[in-house]
Design a protein around this ligand. Structure first.
Ligand SMILES: NC(=O)c1ccc[n+]([C@@H]2O[C@H](COP(=O)([O-])OP(=O)(O)OC[C@H]3O[C@@H](n4cnc5c(N)ncnc54)[C@H](OP(=O)(O)O)[C@@H]3O)[C@@H](O)[C@H]2O)c1
Length: 321
């Protein structure tokens, strides 16, 4: 088969396309021929060595395709099933060994580039809005990177719950997309974000900030949060937040900060299925729109990473083998 392999950490050019051995499905796994593969910001952290991973490795944690073989002990999937998976490994490839408990059958009519890239970001948006902080009708919340893959989904889910969503974006085109997802107010990072948020919330601040940007926005996130509110720091698109004096949370109004990861929120097959079902049902019912901003051939994964890191993408990004 063909796959992207990373032999050393570095820039996008370390993503090399070539031949690789076919994976063999182990117990509880199925072998899938991929139709599309999701690209996520976390793939760039592993590539750069920000998160630990043994070299060499094949990147990518999600995708969609057709089951072509079953490993031992697989009972609920069959050869020919079209599935999507997330929280798996080695997905930037023609063939992937997928853990059946980390997969769902794809309903008819969902295009491959959507099925491949909706689960990780969609399940993340679900736990962020239901568990990290349970968004309430009437809340006003702040979401950074509102036109990104996760940002667009988070905005739609929070809006559907009945919240008013303020977002930040970097361009007019992204502002329009964010408004289309339901954002009531769209700010620029260059605005005085805490001051604008306070203007929009009767000087109180918001109960929750969802911050996947990290280094560049964290300070504004803290200052936009109302007393006893929470900053959910769920990513580091601009870089990791430097070491932080917890005593500051006291002075800022008894704030909470969470640094979550999806893995903890889909740790059981039941949690995985519940969150995946929520996302797929949202798509089927039509209230959740999923914007795939760009697709690239699998061989051009380096270009996909370059564009994602250069903030040139909107919504999600998929690779086509
Ligand atoms: N913890 C979890 O469970 C979890 C799960 C999924 C994703 N995440 C995190 O969520 C964040 C969004 O992920 P995603 O895959 O949906 O990506 P994305 O939002 O589609 O892309 C990242 C966006 O961040 C914004 N950004 C701001 N400053 C940036 C900078 N200096 N460099 C690059 N981008 C910058 C850009 O939007 P603008 O141009 O509008 O600023 C960019 O489009 C990432 O931090 C990711 O790691 C976390």
């Amino acid at each position: 088969m063909h796959a992207i392999t990373v032999e050393e950490h570095g820039g996008p050019d370390v993503l090399r396309y070539g031949e690789a051995p076919d994976p063999v499905p182990g117990p509880g796994q199925v072998l899938v021929r991929t139709a599309a593969i999701g690209v996520n910001f976390i793939d760039t952290y592993f590539r750069r060595g920000m998160y630990p991973i043994a070299l060499p490795y094949v990147p990518g944690s999600e995708g969609t395709g057709t089951v072509v073989a079953l490993g031992p002990d697989v009972t609920d999937l069959a050869v020919g099933d079209v599935i999507a998976w997330s929280d798996s490994t080695a997905s930037y490839a023609d063939l992937v060994a997928v853990t059946a408990a980390r997969a769902v059958k794809v309903p008819d009519g969902v295009p491959p580039e959507v099925a491949a890239s909706v689960l990780l970001q969609g399940m993340t948006a679900h736990y962020l809005t239901h568990d990290s902080y349970a968004v309430q009708p009437g809340d006003t919340i702040l979401v950074h990177a509102g036109a990104g893959g996760t940002g667009l989904l988070l905005t739609q889910i929070a809006t559907r719950i009945g919240a008013r969503v303020i977002t930040t974006v970097s361009s007019d085109a992204k502002a329009e997309l964010s408004r289309g997802a339901g954002a009531a107010e769209v700010l620029r990072y260059t605005d005085d974000v805490p001051a604008r948020v306070r203007e929009l919330t009767d000087s109180v601040g918001v109960p929750a900030v969802y911050d996947g940007v990290g280094k560049d926005t964290f300070e504004a996130s803290l200052k936009s949060t109302r007393p006893t509110g929470i900053v959910v720091l769920f990513g580091a698109a601009s870089g990791p937040v430097p070491p932080f004096d917890l005593q500051r949370l006291n002075g800022l109004g008894s704030l909470y900060v969470q640094r979550p990861s999806l893995g903890a929120y889909v740790a059981t097959p039941e949690a995985f299925r519940r969150r995946a079902d929520f996302v797929l049902t949202g798509l089927a019912e039509g209230w959740l729109n999923f914007h795939v901003g760009a697709t690239y051939p699998l061989a051009d994964a380096a270009r996909a990473h370059t564009d994602l890191q250069a903030r040139r993408t909107t919504g999600s990004v998929a690779l086509i083998p």
